[in-house]
Design a protein around this ligand. Structure first.
Ligand code: IPM
Ligand code: MG
Length: 370
């Protein structure tokens, strides 16, 4: 069998702790299922800055470009607050997204039944929640030029960020949203600010035209992004797939994450276009949470988002659907059994650390795979 290559970038803070739990699952899959994963590992973020003075080295970029999939932990921390802007930890992640052309960021927000009471909303509002945010990831204000701070010479400075979207960028991300909606509840809600932004006007036009042309079987709604944020916390279950730009997607996905009980629960997949020859998409999988410097090194971080990101990797990069389903089921079972990390701890449950949570999920995964 051909090897399945995984490039691990654990990063900073709780990233390495969470990645350790994924490594255990990979090792099991190689031993027991002959999965043929070959892993290599690199540095990204502050840890790369400390070693190479860059947020990711050229050698590691090369490895990321050629791997079947990249597994990414988290970057950043107060230690690197004052490093130059170009080499700040986040620059490593942004460069990976841009250079690998990972324009489609899938952020599912699923509320596990056992966690409905951990949400900041009433349990009945989030019980059974299953929405998918499809965030555009390589355009918009994150990458638009000019992006500058200029000294105006009169004691004032001027900062400029530029929101730019071309038709093709909006088309390809909305196509992904429509395709995925067809495998779910067949509904897409597109969010922009067409009442204020030209990019919102074009976004709305392109999504509408593509829908009419190719996806009229899918139910399409449009919402202004601010109203969308409000609806997400008012009645989140009204949504199936939400498609939105890079910046709104960043904010709305944090909101959606918290609905599910903890930021420590949400995985994500960032995908590129299928390769013309091999049909394979470049892909990076990462938890939505950050490096959580306040709890890093203590062995108490929740590894579920990282493990669920690996489940997405099995599904989208390797088409290992049964294995992905089983890994997701294993997470749900462990939660049903009342095992919790501190961030999702509830009365009557048993609080465990990162390694014990990872081991419990692995044990369930083994049982399901037997
Ligand atoms: C995310 C993060 C990143 C983003 C940061 C770390 C650059 O917040 O993936 O949501 O803003 O995209
Ligand atoms: Mg974010």
């Amino acid at each position: 069998m051909t090897a399945r290559t995984l490039f691990l970038l654990p990063g900073d803070g709780i990233g390495p702790e969470a990645m350790t739990e994924v490594r255990k699952i990979v090792a099991f899959m190689n031993d027991a299922m002959d999965a043929g994963f070959v892993t290599d590992e690199g540095l990204v973020g502050g840890s790369a800055y400390d070693a190479h003075g860059a947020a990711i080295s050229e050698a590691d970029m090369e490895k990321a470009m050629t791997a079947d999939a990249v597994l990414f932990g988290a970057v950043g921390g107060p230690k690197w607050d004052d490093v130059p802007y170009d080499v700040r930890p986040e620059a490593g992640l942004l460069r990976l997204r841009k250079d690998l052309e990972l324009y489609a960021n899938l952020r599912p927000a699923i509320c596990y039944p056992a966690l409905a009471s951990a949400s900041s909303l009433k349990p009945e509002l989030v019980e059974g929640l299953d929405i998918l945010i499809v965030r555009e990831l390589t355009g918009g204000v994150y990458f638009g030029e000019p992006k500058t701070i200029t000294d105006l010479g009169n004691g004032q400075k001027r900062a400029i960020d530029t929101q730019v979207y071309d038709t093709y960028e909006i088309e390809r991300i909305s196509a992904i949203a429509f395709e995925l909606a067809r495998t779910r509840n067949n509904r897409v809600c597109s969010m922009e600010k067409r009442n204020v932004m030209k990019s919102g006007v074009l976004w709305n036009q392109v999504v509408t035209a593509l829908h009419k042309d190719k996806y009229s079987d899918v139910k399409l709604d449009h919402m202004l992004a601010d109203a969308g944020g409000m609806q997400l916390v008012r009645a989140p279950k009204q949504f199936d797939v939400i498609v939105t730009d890079n910046l709104f997607g960043d904010m709305l996905s944090d909101v959606a994450a918290m609905l599910t009980g903890s930021l420590g629960m949400l995985p994500s997949a960032s995908l590129g276009s299928p390769d013309a020859k091999t049909g394979k998409r470049k892909a990076l999988y990462e938890p939505v949470h950050g490096s959580a410097p306040d709890i890093s090194g203590k062995g108490i971080a929740n590894p579920i988002a990282m493990i669920a990101s690996f489940a997405m990797c099995l599904r989208y990069s390797f088409n290992m659907i049964t294995e992905a389903d089983n890994l997701e089921k294993a997470i749900a079972t462990v939660l049903d059994n009342g095992i919790r990390t501190g961030d999702i701890m509830a009365e009557g449950c048993r609080q465990v650390g990162t390694a014990e949570m990872g081991d419990a999920i692995l044990a369930e995964f083994k049982a399901l795979s037997a």
